[in-house]
Design a protein around this ligand. Sequence first.
Ligand SMILES: Nc1nc2c(ncn2[C@@H]2O[C@H](COP(=O)(O)OP(=O)(O)OP(=O)(O)O)[C@@H](O)[C@H]2O)c(=O)[nH]1
Ligand SMILES: [Mg+2]
Length: 275
Amino acid sequence: MPLTATCKRKIERTLVILPTYNEANSLITVVDAVLSLPENLDILVVDDSSPDGTADLVKNHSAFDKQLFLLLRPSKQGLATAYKEGFQWGLKQGYDVCMEMDSDLSHDPRDISRLLQTIEEGADIAIGSRYLQGISVINWPLRRLLVSIGAGIYTRWISGLPLTDPTGGFKAIHRNVIEHLDWEKIKSDGYGFQIEVSFFAHKKGFLLKEIPIIFTERRDGESKFSMSIAVEAALRVLQLGFFERFQSAKKLSSSSYTSVYETGETPQRREEKLG
Ligand SMILES: Nc1nc2c(ncn2[C@@H]2O[C@H](COP(=O)(O)OP(=O)(O)OP(=O)(O)O)[C@@H](O)[C@H]2O)c(=O)[nH]1
Ligand SMILES: [Mg+2]
């Protein structure tokens, strides 16, 4: 559905959630870049007591407890729960939009404005895609690139999720999605979380829109990517695929489900329906 001016909605407060585990070398550069944007954004760092002292850098920043907040967890608990807790914090504080972003400078803070504009134009989730205009990834080893591209093809094929970059982690999410998503259905600890959020939001009738971004390999710190995270995501996608087939079978028998792409619903109408 083309997004039109009639779908425009106002975003007053946005929270950028930055999960961190040992990101002391890059975090403050990311924080300062986000705070310097004209949108007047707030930041929540969700740190799992990083041994490198990432949390202390947050506490010592001049914007701490004004525009920069810290959720400190006692131990490393994974990306998924970091975002889940961050979203709930954002809802309680009354933010209109919560953003997901890495703290390692792989995501360019200057792309935040375009993601937010996409939400203003009517999308419920705006996703930065590395594969919307060819391959826009800088400095990744070939093996990592092939894993990412393969994961995208596999996820689209098995689950039917219509995204060019279903594992991408640079997103703006409107609070309606956070309020209405069935969070207990989201099981992954790692990257599968990104797929699950988009999958269940799409199934619920929310409008997902991708915009092109350029992704740059981290320059500092260590990757938390692991084969176990990739396997967890692959198995979860299989389950989602079964879920999808089951839903399609139910749809054929009851004709009850229509996606937003078919109905052309506006966010306002969906809000009425979901509210
Ligand atoms: N709080 C918290 N943050 C995490 C955890 N695992 C990863 N992160 C953060 O989540 C973001 C994404 O993780 P990355 O390791 O950069 O994952 P990636 O971008 O796919 O892989 P690389 O860039 O190759 O490292 C980074 O900001 C990490 O510091 C975790 O267990 N807890
Ligand atoms: Mg990264």
